[in-house]
Design a protein around this ligand. Structure first.
Ligand code: SAH
Ligand code: SF4
Ligand code: F3S
Length: 487
């Protein structure tokens, strides 16, 4: 099981050199060992965990019980200290399992593995493998090697400049997924002063368009209806490759793949959001009207110190332009409170930006100094108690805005792609609007994968409650709570 702690035109042909895995259906599951994968961090890591499960599927079957696993992989995130510590504490639990079953193989993969490398072996001598995010595709070979030559523990953290994400042709690990991610680029060149990603994922490399289209075709053939294109800054897709389309061209090519119901992408850098990309929201019917556009701060001074390459006014005018091109657009954002040097007045600028833009949902974070980043050595670090106060204030302000925005939807009808049974209440179903609002409603699980019209009955600040037209209103039945997150 993948445990998550917390998705063509001629000339876009797949590069066959990247076809590294094809399924072999003649392996009986009785012959397979057991694999447990825990995943922390962003959608990139979700995607990578899926790929690991796929490339190992000739030897391992997924289990949801780490205590019975032969191979345990913890796919880690280094974005904030807290994320890193969560991975260490889980690994500490697995150390106890390994004492009971010494033959169990334990590996740390992902961004913490890349950041810390061999130092992890001193900290956690029970580890067998340390594998950075670009090396995960070598797992079959690494596992083979270790067995033959007793080479473990071993560390694999090359950040190869020529790396290209392989095309994996194997069934997706989940049963009947309705939506999935397709990574279109690796790494980041932006070097925001707070961010560890360029250090752990390397320089920006776009994936060949033919591979992207081939992967989209592959997932659609397995029943996927919605694809989310992934990258740290998808808007700069193809900039380094003269023969690749730009991002808006890629969007149009992917949207043209037969059978695709819905298309989304994340994440966008505001500086690179061109008019061509904005127009896609109006002109590409499959592209849903939701944009995650991280602002990080509402203060021009702080944005400069963050090396974000836009001012508050430029961000606001980008949002205005987008809203004039696509009035239905639903906006969400990330922001950091307590960045070094952030004064009360800078913070008030962030609050006023929230009021001006009226995001549907925000993802706020307290600044966390990261090794190897420029901001970690800035002198004027903001004390934790101030960060805490600002964090609470941002949540309070946004809860009101989010509620206000959601209330507007009450009584309206929305197109919803049903994903399956609701997490909170298995007798209900859950899905998403085109604007990416999570909506829960009574209905049969067989609707998974269908787009249905849903009437919005009740709005909460993180999700919606609805019903299929003609069905009984749950408000009449005294319904009181909604639990799902927006995303
Ligand atoms: N590539 C994406 C996001 C990457 S990380 C982008 O540029 O938008 C996701 C979010 O984590 C960031 O948007 C930022 O808000 C937050 N983040 C990154 N580094 C951080 C740090 N050192 N402390 C706190 N939050 C951080
Ligand atoms: Fe980090 Fe900035 Fe790159 Fe996003 S754009 S991954 S925040 S360096
Ligand atoms: Fe975390 Fe790595 Fe993603 S640091 S946010 S898992 S790219």
């Amino acid at each position: 099981m993948l445990d998550s702690h917390r998705s063509c035109p001629d000339g876009l042909k797949s590069t066959m050199k990247n076809l590294i895995f094809d399924r072999s259906d003649d392996v009986s599951t009785a012959d397979l060992k057991k694999l447990y994968i825990a995943t922390f961090g962003c959608q990139m890591n979700d995607y990578d965990s899926q790929r690991m499960a796929q490339i190992l599927r000739n030897r391992y079957v997924l289990t949801s019980r780490p205590e019975e696993a032969d191979l345990v992989l913890v796919n880690t995130c280094a974005i904030r200290e807290k994320a890193e510590n969560k991975a260490y504490s889980l690994l500490g639990r697995f150390r106890k399992l390994k004492k009971l079953r010494p033959e169990m193989v334990i590996g740390i993969t992902g961004c913490v593995a890349q950041l810390e490398g061999g130092r992890l072996l001193h900290r956690m001598p029970f580890l067998d493998l340390v594998i950075g995010p670009l090396e995960i595709y070598r797992l079959p070979e690494i596992l083979e090697d270790g067995r033959a030559a007793e080479k473990w523990p071993s560390v694999h953290t090359e950040l190869d400049r020529d790396f290209s994400i392989p095309l994996v042709r194997a069934p997706l690990p989940e049963n009947n997924p309705v939506r999935t991610f397709v990574t279109i680029m690796q790494g980041c060149d932006n070097f925001c002063t707070y961010c560890v990603v360029p250090n752990v994922r390397g320089r920006e490399i776009s994936r060949p368009p033919g591979d992207i289209v081939a992967e989209v075709e592959h997932v659609l053939a397995q029943g996927v209806r919605e694809v989310i294109l992934l990258g740290q800054n998808v808007n700069s897709y193809g900039k380094k490759n003269r023969d690749y389309p730009c991002f808006s061209g890629l969007l149009r090519a992917v949207a043209g793949v037969p059978g695709l119901e819905r298309l989304r992408f994340t994440t966008s850098h505001p500086r690179d959001l061109t008019s061509d990309i904005m127009k896609c929201f109006r002109e590409v019917p499959q592209l849903c009207e939701h944009l995650h556009l991280p602002v990080q701060s509402g203060s021009t001074g702080i944005l400069k110190r963050m090396n974000r390459h836009y001012t508050r006014d430029q961000y606001l005018s980008t949002v205005d332009r987008l809203k004039s091109i696509c009035p239905e657009i639903v906006l969400t954002t990330d922001l950091i409170v307590g960045f070094p040097g952030e004064t009360d007045s800078d913070f008030l600028d962030t609050l006023s930006l929230l009021e001006t833009v009226e995001f549907e949902q925000i993802f706020p974070f307290k600044y966390s100094p990261r090794p190897g980043t420029r901001a970690a050595s800035f002198e004027d670090q903001v004390p934790l108690h101030v960060q805490n106060e600002r964090f609470e204030e941002v949540l309070r302000v946004q809860n009101e805005i989010g509620m206000r925005r959601h209330k507007v939807l009450e009584g309206r009808k929305q197109e919803v792609l049903i994903e399956g049974p609701s997490r909170g209440d298995r007798s209900e179903i859950t899905g998403r609007t085109r604007g990416n609002h999570v909506i829960n409603l009574p209905g049969p699980a067989e609707l998974a994968g269908e787009v249905v019209t849903v009437e919005i009955e009740r709005a909460c600040c993180h999700s919606l409650r609805g019903r299929l037209p003609g069905s009984v209103s749950l408000q009449d039945e005294g319904f009181t709570s909604v639990t799902n997150e927006l995303y």
